[in-house]
Design a protein around this ligand. Structure first.
Ligand code: ZN
Length: 408
């Protein structure tokens, strides 16, 4: 049997109760189960032969691992289709069982979103509640629990929900407590514990941009990237996630990557954090929306609006923000030396209308004339990113050790 090195991407805080110890054989088997499950998640559908080729494990090992994953009801076999090859044997293909699901919860200053996400990344259901202003942690938990209960009453019983993942635009520690979330005006909130008590389910919380960076390396445009700079722009704020050598940069207490509060214009626009000229205060959709005469545009609507905008006031403000973003990107590229920069949300829309300007900033300014190539891409997952992302937190224990998956 060949032991494989498992590329599971950067870690978020280690899942509670993840299994350790055991014999070396157990550890190797577990690692191989992880590898097979990861391949199926990334590729959608694979035959046993393809799994063998992808993982480097021999066919009989793959057969045993697949049987174990099917027994745990994490993987299912599709109805066999006749082979087009000469042998004429039907090929049976395998997929992750999307009935294994997690509840994803997102919160920002304008609302709460919950979704039911399959282990393979399918969005089974989605509900959103608009709020006129940021809600208190207590109110948020109540809203989220109500939405989850409505959603659960409406979905088929065959879904096996393994847990809840929550994305917060703020600093979140490993226990799921929010140290500070400026746009929500939350401070020192044990938000995961609060929600877990109300729901009676395990809740894992994390920073939204860290989750975005992680998901882009797993499912999105950054698949397989070892050094990534991710910047996500929502209606109220910019979050950053930095992955270096395959590991999410945490810094002291796990709070690295708060790039939205990098000062790019001293004496500029007042930021929610109290300083002036932070990136997220200067590059802000809410400064453009009034000029467009629109409110609460989603990413797709914004693409259309910016694509057809000819109003000089709009153009001037977009150009100003793109200039500021360029300065920030140049600094970040020099600081972190990523191979890829991914912009999502509002920043993805800015990239789509100013690709040349922003690409030039990333390309021309880094120190050293060695012609370092930094790619600049827009998030491919678009609006699905922050639905799929939080669910990854809830799936983390299963992904780290498939043998711990709760049985039917
Ligand atoms: Zn700030």
């Amino acid at each position: 049997m060949t032991a494989v090195t498992v590329a599971t991407g950067p870690d978020l805080p280690p899942p509670a109760g993840s299994a350790g110890g055991g014999t070396t054989n157990d550890a190797v088997r577990r690692q191989n189960l992880v590898a097979v499950l990861s391949e199926l998640r990334l590729n959608g559908t694979l035959s046993r032969a393809q799994l063998s080729a992808q993982t480097g494990l021999n066919r009989s090992t793959i057969t045993g691992l697949v049987a174990e994953l099917m027994d745990a009801a994490l993987v299912r076999e599709l109805p066999a289709v006749p082979s087009t090859g000469k042998a004429g044997r039907p090929i049976s293909e395998l997929q992750v069982d999307d009935a294994v699901s997690a509840i994803s919860v997102g919160v920002d200053a304008d609302g709460v979103t919950v979704a039911l996400i399959g282990l393979g990344g399918t969005v089974h259901a989605r509900l959103h509640h608009d709020t006129a202003r940021p809600v208190s942690p207590r109110r948020f938990v109540q809203l989220a629990v109500d939405l989850i209960n409505v959603m659960r009453a409406d979905i088929d019983r065959h879904y096996r929900v393994v847990g809840v993942g929550l994305a917060v635009p703020g600093l979140v520690d490993a226990r799921g407590s929010v140290l500070v979330a400026p746009t929500l005006q939350w401070r020192n909130e044990p938000i995961a514990a609060r929600m877990s008590d109300k729901l009676g389910m395990h809740v894992t919380a994390g920073n939204d941009a860290s989750i975005g960076a992680l998901v882009e390396t797993r499912f999105g445009v950054a698949r397989g990237t070892r050094n990534l700079l991710y910047l996500g722009g929502s209606l109220r704020g910019i979050g950053g996630g930095v992955i270096m050598d395959g590991t999410l940069l945490r810094g002291t207490s796990g709070y690295a990557g708060e790039l939205g509060h990098t000062v790019v214009n001293p004496g500029g626009i007042r930021c929610v954090c109290g300083r002036r000229g932070c990136l997220e205060a200067e590059v802000d959709l809410s400064l453009i929306e009034p000029l467009l005469g629109r409110r609460r545009l989603d990413e797709d609507e914004l693409d259309v609006e910016l694509g057809v905008a000819r109003d000089p006031k709009v153009m001037a403000e977009v150009a100003r923000q793109v200039d500021v973003l360029s300065i920030a990107l140049t600094n970040f590229v020099n600081a972190f030396s990523p191979e890829l920069v991914v912009l999502s949300g509002y920043l993805g829309s800015l990239l789509s209308v100013s690709r040349e300007r922003l690409s030039a900033a990333v390309r021309l300014h880094p120190l050293g004339a060695e012609g370092r190539v930094v790619r600049l891409e827009r998030s491919r997952l678009r609006s699905r990113l922050m639905l799929i992302g939080p669910a990854e937190l809830a799936f983390a224990p299963i992904l780290a050790d498939p043998t711990t998956a709760p049985r039917r």
